[in-house]
Design a protein around this ligand. Sequence first.
Ligand SMILES: [Zn+2]
Length: 345
Amino acid sequence: MNKKALLCLITILTIVHLLFAEIPKGYVTLDTLQKETQSTLYWDSITDTGILEKNGHQLIFTTNSQIALLDYSKLTLIDSLYNENGTWYVSQNFIENANQLFNSVPPENHFRIGAILIDAGHGGKDPGAVETVTIGGKKVTLQEKDMTLTVAKDLHNKLSRVYPDKKILLTRDTDTYLSLSERVEIANNVSLAENEAILYVSIHVNAAFDKNAKGFEVWYLSPGARRNVLSESSADEELLPILNSMLEEEFTTESILIAKYILDGLNTEIGENSPSRGLKAEEWFVVKNAKMPSVLVEMGFITNPSESLLLNDASYLRKVSLGIYNGLISFVTHFERSRGFTSSQ
Ligand SMILES: [Zn+2]
């Protein structure tokens, strides 16, 4: 057979394959899964993790494992998901498992957010990003550490008012220097009840060589950063690595969810002035070492001539904190209505 004919045959075979490739019998899309279980699916396409939620129950599953996590405490086996042309499908068994879970009595011990730790980036001898601008003919030096503190304190006030029963904490409330590990230590040393979780929100201002760069972005822990979430005493040794990786995914998923809510909140408040640069994932030191869902907000660019003036304006910073506040409120409401996650040890 010559080359041309061979190519032709391959093309035909590919077309035939695409036409007749069959999705296994009874498998349905994630959309149908939601409809048939009347639940809400939070899908994270970065980690390929889904959280299916209904009646105070949560079912967490990933596309690369046959193990699913029920209500953050029990493991169960599920049929593998099936992928066809980028679309995921689940089996009827999967739907039955989900319905069984959703129709059972939800666990009594409802998880809640016990604390929110607001971290104002930089401080003291570390000014963060610095830019000199001319305002009304005068040269003024703007410092990231001042803007982050202003937003953090305002956010702290707002959250304290709405959540008198939660610990709303600041890593610093004055112009003091804190090392990154000191910030992590504060975060990890907050005392919580067993059914409580803590959120960590770090606030920063961006800088770039490109003076045109502008906008806000929210960072979350990247899936690559692995931590030992569960201690060895808390689970079967064999299951420990699996549980750990699932909880890890879950921290990531929750972090992504907080990040998304905050991004939406900021978009509503300052979207007219500043573009959203979206969600970003990286292994930030602070974020990685805090054993909790964590996000880092970059509220804008100090190096952009127009944005630096906005960031120097107290009423603009109040809008920024309102955006973050609304994002956090949405997350906490979602989280506490559904059910939390296992407290990390
Ligand atoms: Zn910074």
